[in-house]
Structure formats: structure tokens, C-alpha cells
Design a binder for this molecule. Structure first.
Ligand code: GLU
Length: 467
């Protein structure tokens, strides 16, 4: 059975690149009826925080990337790491090293002076001298000669000569295991078959494969996916870019849109731009993952989001819009929420039907729905320009026409508007501008026949002050 994992270090929130890696690992498991495991790599006690763990879990839930097993926490597996370290020491596949920092520095300087690549010279392997009072580190005995080769599912064949690799420290002098070692033991114990991760980990892979082989463990298949950069090709930065997944939620991005965008950013299926998660699972393969770094384009993300908003059922959008108002917690949003409860004849699902082609995020959608319940205060400039004496006279006459409508149908209202403009020799905007401002408080709304129809007769007349 195919088993993949996502293994974030909880040293910050879940970022865009992490979400992409999680998505690919999750989708690969789904695609092959496999299992997806979540592992929290929290051994770096200084940088790991519970807050980061919580925010990663929150983001995974929001994205809808459910796990089959986990989360597992490395800090809860210390005994197991220790056991494997002892096993390697017993089998002489690892050894104690007593070298002090000064000794190692000197070794490095001498090697550099001789034009050699600095590397531990294995003096404690060949000539172990326990130093009283010095707690040793444990080093892994990297095979001499030969090389590590793997067929990366994204990057193709990769070969690294063992001569390039140091005898890496797998346990510090206080006994705590190091990063690469924990990853290996976990991937082994958790029977991970496919490791899909960012290509910033390519350098770790030969080290990890050597340890796996020393443990007689099956070596998983690796797929190193390229980094996601800013649109100017620079690395994304926490300070200047929205890198946290949850920031996108706050911007009104739908999780399915973010996943669609991230999938498409690093992978392709012909010309398909907009797809559901179900489609993605069916189509996803490693052959079509791009090999070069991707560039994050926020405008494109909003475009993808707009397409998903259009495809989302009005009932689901209703829930999101209500949630957006609740989260805004402003006087305006509170009033809107009260009016939603009060004006029961104005159905949010009906409003959504007409406003959803206009919004590229949920906050904008909430804005567009809001003025149906409570008109926005007209700004002074628009008032002076459009709510002139002439404008108001037109609206007054229009209100009389509206008052006379018996059959409240969209077609009827459309016809009335046409007849009204003809009768008073008006161009559409001459009626439309003051009308929109008076009804909604803004100049841009969906077509005003639909707005009038949705608001209902009494609400229209009340807003036109001519009940
Ligand atoms: N904990 C590592 C990270 O957050 C991932 C390790 C791995 O996928 O092997 O970058």
C-alpha cells in the first residue's frame, strides 16, 4: 500500500509551499488508495511552539486535507530514536566521537589549507579515545566509496558520491537525536513508501538513504518538488508576502481555490486551469510536476478563486458570507446581520445568485450582499454628482411607477424600466446611477432590474423614500 506523509516542523504557520507539499502527498495517497500520515517534526525545542502546531493543524483542517494517521509527534518518540542509535552503535554502524570544537575547527583548517573539502576524518572511528568528563556525540559511519543513487520522481536520476558525505552526527552529546536521523527512523517505522517534499531537502536524501540502508530498511521513493518563489523570482518572505495559508482565508480565498491554484502552479494537466479536488486526485501524477521553481501570482489566485466562487452552491456561499460578516464584527456588519434576520423576504441565496459572478473573494461577496440588507452611506462626491434635483425628481417619478406594479416579476420590472426611460427620454445610466445610489449606496451593482426584484416592492419604495 502506498503511504505518504507530510512532516512540517512547527516553527511557524503552515506556509504556501508547505500546503503545496501537503496537497501533493495527500493527493498521491488518495490517487492510489493509499494512506496519508501527518508527522510533526518538533525536535527543535527552541524553535517549535504549540501555537505553530495548532495553526498548522487548523490550516490542514481548513484546506480539507484529512489524515489517515497522526499527527505523530517526534518529541514523543525519543525512546525509539535512542533504541535505534544503540542498535547502530552495537552493530558498529555508528560510533562515539569525543572531538572538541577546537579539534574539529583545526581539522577543517588543515584540510582547507591542503585544498581538500572539509570533512570529519574519522579519527574517533579508527582510534577511539574516551575523554573523561566529555560526553561524546554519535556519528553515523557513512559507507566509504561508492555512491547513493535514486530515481527521483520529479528530478530523475540523482547520484551523490559517498566521498561527498560526512559522518553525520546522529545524536548530540546530550543524547538527543538529530534531524536527519529522526526523519529516517520515522519514515521507516511509519512504512512510508513515497516521500514527497520540497527540493530544499535534496541534500538530505543521500544521508537519509545511507542510514536507511544501514538499518536494512526499504528505501522509499522520493519526489522532490520545486520551491515556490515570489512573482519577481525572489524567495517569499514572512515580512513582505502573505505566506501563511490562513492569511488567504482572511483574504476571502476558498480552500478549494487555493488548492487548485497551488496544484496548477507546480503541475499541469493539459490546459486545464480550473478543477475540483476530485478531478485533481484522478489526474495527479508525478510525471507532470514541473521541475523549475514556480512563481506565485496573486492575481491569478484571485482569478481562480472567482471561478470557484461561481461554481460554489449558493447555500455554501451563504454560510461563508454570514461567517464573513460575523468575523468583521463592525457596526455595519452587525446591522446587516440583524437585517438578514428581520427582512426575511430578501433571500441571501437569491442575492448570491446575482452577485456571485462579480466577486473574486468572499469578503467582496459579503460586501455585495450587504447593501441588499442595509444600504451603504452614499459618499459626498457621488451624492453631489448624481443625487441632484433632477436625479431625485426622476427617482420620485420612478417610485410612482414601481408603486403601481401588481405583478412583481423580473420580466415585468425590466419592461417597466424600459418604458419609463422611453417615456421620460432617459438614457439607462440617467436612471441607473441615482437609483443604484439611492437603493444600495454604491454606483456599481448587478443589473438594477434584478436588484429591484430581489429587494421587493416595499423595501424599494422605502429606500426611495416614497412609501
Ligand atoms: N520537517 C521538514 C520541513 O518542515 C520536512 C522534512 C521532510 O519532509 O522530510 O521542512
Amino acid at each position: 500500500m502506498i503511504r505518504t506523509r507530510f512532516a512540517p516542523s512547527p516553527t511557524g504557520f503552515l506556509h504556501i509551499g508547505g500546503a503545496r507539499t501537503a496537497l501533493f502527498s495527500w493527493a498521491y495517497a488518495q490517487r492510489h488508495n493509499g494512506q496519508f500520515i501527518l508527522r510533526i517534526e518538533d525536535t527543535d525545542l527552541e524553535r517549535s511552539t504549540q501555537q505553530s502546531v495548532d495553526s498548522i493543524l487548523e490550516a490542514m483542517t481548513w484546506l480539507g486535507l484529512g489524515v489517515d494517521e497522526g499527527p505523530f509527534y517526534q518529541t514523543l518518540r525519543m525512546d525509539r530514536y535512542k533504541q535505534v542509535i544503540d542498535e547502530l552503535l552495537n552493530k558498529q554502524l555508528a560510533y562515539h566521537c569525543y572531538c572538541s570544537k577546537e579539534e574539529l575547527d583545526q581539522m577543517r583548517e588543515e584540510q582547507k589549507a591542503q585544498g581538500l573539502k572539509p570533512k570529519y576524518d574519522q579519527r574517533c572511528l579508527h582510534n577511539p579515545v574516551a575523554k573523561p568528563g566529555v560526553a561524546p556525540v554519535v556519528r553515523f559511519k557513512t559507507p566509504r566509496g561508492g555512491s547513493v543513487v535514486w530515481q527521483d520522481l520529479v528530478k530523475g536520476r540523482i547520484e551523490v558520491s559517498n566521498a561527498e558525505l560526512d559522518d553525520l552526527i546522529i545524536a548530540r552529546s546530550d543524547g538527543t537525536p538529530t534531524y536527519n536521523f529522526c526523519v529516517v527512523v520515522d519514515d521507516w517505522d511509519m512504512q512510508i513508501t513515497h516521500i514527497i517534499r520540497g527540493d530544499d531537502h535534496v541534500n538530505n536524501t543521500p544521508r537519509q538513504i545511507n542510514i536507511l540502508q544501514a538499518l536494512n530498511a526499504d528505501v522509499p521513493i522520493y519526489a522532490h518538488v520545486p520551491m515556490i518563489l515570489r512573482d519577481d523570482g525572489q524567495k517569499m518572505s514572512k515580512r513582505t508576502d502573505a505566506v501563511s495559508v490562513m492569511q488567504y482565508k482572511n483574504m476571502g480565498i476558498l480552500p478549494q481555490a487555493l488548492l487548485n491554484y497551488l496544484a496548477r502552479l507546480c503541475w499541469g494537466h493539459g490546459d486545464d486551469e480550473i478543477f475540483s479536488l476530485e478531478q485533481f486526485i484522478q489526474w495527479f501524477d508525478m510525471d507532470n510536476v514541473s521541475t523549475s521553481p514556480a512563481r506565485f501570482d496573486i492575481k491569478k489566485l484571485f482569478w481562480v478563486n472567482a471561478q470557484h466562487i461561481k461554481q460554489t452552491a449558493n447555500q455554501d456561499l451563504e454560510r461563508l458570507v454570514l461567517e464573513a460578516w460575523q468575523n468583521q464584527d463592525t457596526d455595519y456588519s452587525k446591522t446587516v446581520l440583524n437585517k438578514v434576520a428581520e427582512l426575511t423576504h430578501i433571500k441571501l441565496v437569491d442575492i448570491l445568485e446575482i452577485v456571485k459572478p462579480r466577486a473574486d473573494n468572499i469578503n467582496a461577496l459579503a460586501f455585495e450582499c450587504g447593501y441588499f440588507y442595509h444600504k451603504i452611506e452614499v459618499n459626498a462626491e457621488d451624492a453631489t454628482k448624481y443625487l441632484t434635483e433632477d436625479g431625485l425628481r426622476i427617482l420620485d417619478q420612478f417610485a410612482h411607477s414601481i408603486a403601481a406594479v401588481n405583478n412583481w416579476e423580473l420580466a415585468e420590472i425590466k419592461q417597466l424600466i424600459k418604458d419609463f426611460c422611453k417615456l421620460y427620454n432617459l438614457k439607462m445610466p440617467e436612471l441607473g446611477m441615482p437609483l443604484r445610489l439611492k437603493l444600495c449606496g454604491v454606483k456599481e451593482t448587478p443589473s438594477f432590474d434584478a436588484v429591484i426584484y430581489t429587494l421587493g416592492k416595499s423595501e424599494v419604495l422605502q429606500r426611495l423614500n416614497c412609501k
